[in-house]
Structures are given as C-alpha cells and as structure tokens.
Design a binder for this molecule. Sequence first.
Ligand code: TXE
Length: 496
Amino acid sequence: MSEISLLPEVQVFLGREHGQFIDGRAITGGDVATDVVNPSNRKIIASVHHASPFDVEHAVASAHEAFTGSWRKTSPARRGELLNHLADLMQQHREELAQIESVSSGKLIGLSRAFEIDYTISFLRYYAGWATKIHGRTMELSLPSAHDERYTGLTLRQPLGVVAGIVPWNFSIMIAAWKFGSALACGCTAVIKPSEFTPLTMLRIAELAIEAGIPAGVLNVVNGNGATVGPALIAHPNVSKVTFTGSVPTGLGVGIAAMQAGLKHVTLELGGKNPAGFLRDFPVDRTVEGIIEAAYLHQGEVCASAERFYVHRSRIDDVLDALRKALSTLKIGSALDESAQFGPLANSSHLAKVMSYFEKAKAESGKFVYGGLAAEGEGFFVQPTAILASSQTDTIMKEEIFGPVASFLPYEDEEELLHYMNDTRFGLTASVWTNDLSKALRLVPSVEAGTVWVNMHNYIDPAMPFGGVKSSGIGREFGEAFIEHFTGLKSVIIRY
Ligand code: TXE
C-alpha cells in the first residue's frame, strides 16, 4: 500500500488545538473533546473540543449581529464576489483540504479532490451567481376604490436570518457548502454544526472564508455531540432556519424540534433506500458498470446511492456472475493510496452497523454473490458486497444500510418492476436503465423519488434541485429552488 505524504500544512493543521470558529476566530478549550480517527488505520489524528452552551450562544449571537449588521450592509453583488473569493481560495488549497478530508472521513483522495473540493467550488460559484438575481415582484391590485385611490403591491424577498446547518460525515465539505453557500447568497448568516466524526475540514474552510473577506460572524462553526449542540442551536430564538442532512430518525427529531421552537423554517435531506431498475434490453456489461456507479461510490456512503437493484429474471444470473468478477478486481486500500478504488468505511460504529446487515441477510436466506466480510487492513474495511435477496420483504431490501451493499431481486415485467421500486417509505433518488427512451419516459413520472436518473446514478448538478419525497425529506437544495428555502416573502401594499 503506497500512500501519498501529508502536506506540511496539513500536518501543522492536524497538530493544532481545535474547537469552534466563531466571530472570525478559532476558539479552543473546554471540558470535553472528541478524537478524530483516521478510518484507514484507526489512528487518532486530532482532538476537537465540544462547544459549550456558552459557545453556542456566542456563535448564534455573532451570526445574528452579522445578519443585522455587516452582512446586511453587503450588497448582493459583493456577496457573490465574496463567495467566489472563497471558491478561489478553496481552489488554491485544494490538496490541503482534500487531504484533511480523506484522513478524517476515509474518502479516497481522488474523490476528495474531485468531489468534495471541485464540486464544492462549482456549487459556491453557482450560489454566487444567484446573489444578484434574488428579487420580489410588483403587481397591479384590484382592491375597491371609492375615491379614485389606487394601489400598488410589491413583494420583497428577504433573507430569513441566522441559519443552523447540521451536516453529516459522508461529505463534510460539500454538504456544508450547500447550506452555507445558499444561506450567504440569500443574505442569511450561518452556524454550521459538522458531524462529530468529521469536524475538521469545516474549521479550515471557515478560516479561508475570513481570508476571502467574508465578514466575521457570517460563517461560524460549532462542534460537539449532535444530541446536545444540535438541539441547543435549533431551540435558539435567534436561529430562523434549520437545514439538516442525515439519518431519518435524527431528521424527524430535528423537524419536530424546529416546529416546537417556534415554527422555524426547515429543510430536511434524509436517507433513502434508493432503487435502480434495469430493463430487459440493457446489456449485461453496461448493467454491471451501472451497478458499480450506483452502489459502490464512496463505499456506498452516499445518500443518493442505490441499494436495491432490480434486474429482469432472464438476465439476473449473467449480471450477478459478471458483477462478482468485477467486484473481485476492485483494489481496496487506504484513502491516501491513489491507486485504491475502494476505501474504508467512515467510522467503527458504521462498520459494525454495515456488518450487522450481513447477519440479517444470512438469517433471511439472502445469497451472497460477493463480499459479506470485513476486508483486510488496519482500518474500517469491509468488502464490497452483493446479495441476492430472497424476497422484497427482506430487511436488506427495506432498511438503509448506507454502505457498499447492493441487494438484488429479479422481476418479471415492468409493472412488477415499478411496484418494487416504489415499495418503500423513502423517495430520495432512483434510476431507470434502458436504451428504449420511450419506455424510460413512460416510467419516470411514476417513480416516486425526488431525482430520477436515466442510464446514470449518483450525479448531481448545482442547477438541478435535489431533495426527497415521502420519508426522505422536505424541501430542495440547489437549483433555483434553494432561494425559496432561505428567503421569505414580505407583501407591501401602497395606496396613492
Ligand atoms: O447520522 P445522524 P449519523 C445515515 C446512515 C448512518 C446513520 C447514522 O444510515 O448510518 O445515518 O449516521 C447531528 N439534533 N446517514 O449518526 O445522527 C449529528 O451530530 C440535532 C445518512 O452520523 O443523522 C450530525 O452532525 N442534530 C446521511 C448530523 O446530525 C443532531 C448521511 C447527522 O447525524 C442530533 C449520514 C439531534 N438530536 C448518515 N443528533 C444522508 N442522508 O446523507 C445528531 N445530530
């Protein structure tokens, strides 16, 4: 296993004391700290102090002061320029940020560079472009006029205020940027709460935001336990909006807490059990390529990934044979090994969770096509796994595993395929694979998911709204749709 060397600036960063980033500066110290563990070798790489109740108060106060002060005085064009400056700095610090991310999350270094950094830069530039295009409308009104008075109506589209962004560990930079990029473009300020497993990269990005010229207090970071810091943020009277990405149970709790705290605006992007349906005409080799794209990117730790795969009964044996061969050639290795194609899982509890599904699959007579074991290595490695389920009601066809586990079931006809695909309480993404465009266009409207891909899976674009239906969430991120979720409308009526 040959690993790239950590840059000197990464080593210096990891060696620093870490905690929060509030009002333009790093805040350290406190009674409790969590170790950050490198998933590739289980070594502790840093320790991060948890935010105290005082830190949470301080972060929200500084965000609120910036919202009513410096950021309100910053013109929309300048907001866009500043987001672009931050994107420029991320470009300059690409390797540094990618390395910090890879040693914290187990993301392969190539994926950290291309996805976490380059994609995030694209998202920030996309939001930057919108900053000058957020506006209300004017309208002619029809109110009764007794003495020839007239009325003009206008709507102001105004920023909501302080946004609390609660972020998971799988894409700690990009998902955070969806939240603070949207917030800042709209004129809101932000307090970001990273996952306790991946608290580091966002601290570095907050420093770069200051270097980029974004005023102190506009972007703050608080770390610590979700169950203590999260509720404190959500309940704070000066937080106007909560945007959360994570698991369904936690997301439900976040939504309820936000309602109870005064009907706060909420965006929830939760999990899924996303299906991929391969129609009978789709070739076996391209089916296997599609399965690998859909199931195993970032070890399956992608909310959009597919976990349920439906292949026509006439093809399933050929597909599973070819998939077995393809999976056996994947090189498993450290996140810093540029030749590795498959890295470790993000943390030990997640590894235990994924492994527990192997036991459930065995108990329910699932047939292992490949994998099903921990993989060699010091880190949290597990084999890429494919299982032929015994029925649609197996646990592996129902519950989100969030790991590299593709579960298969054959179907007889397209009616059954559609039934299987929609037979879930989730609805984040889905994909349909066929060379017959008319079949695809007929199926897509009936698939219950926020995003449906045809002949692809796992691709997102800043211009395309992203979010779930059913239990996969509320609201949309990116695309023009984000503006609605970070601003409110004020109606103004003028009599003259
Ligand atoms: O997620 P949580 P976890 C799924 C995946 C994974 C499972 C658990 O199946 O195995 O979730 O991962 C914060 N109030 N996804 O435990 O608990 C927490 O600190 C407010 C799917 O990491 O949902 C973290 O910052 N916040 C997913 C964030 O919520 C709270 C991505 C997410 O934590 C909180 C990751 C509370 N009471 C995991 N409790 C996706 N859909 O992308 C925790 N948090």
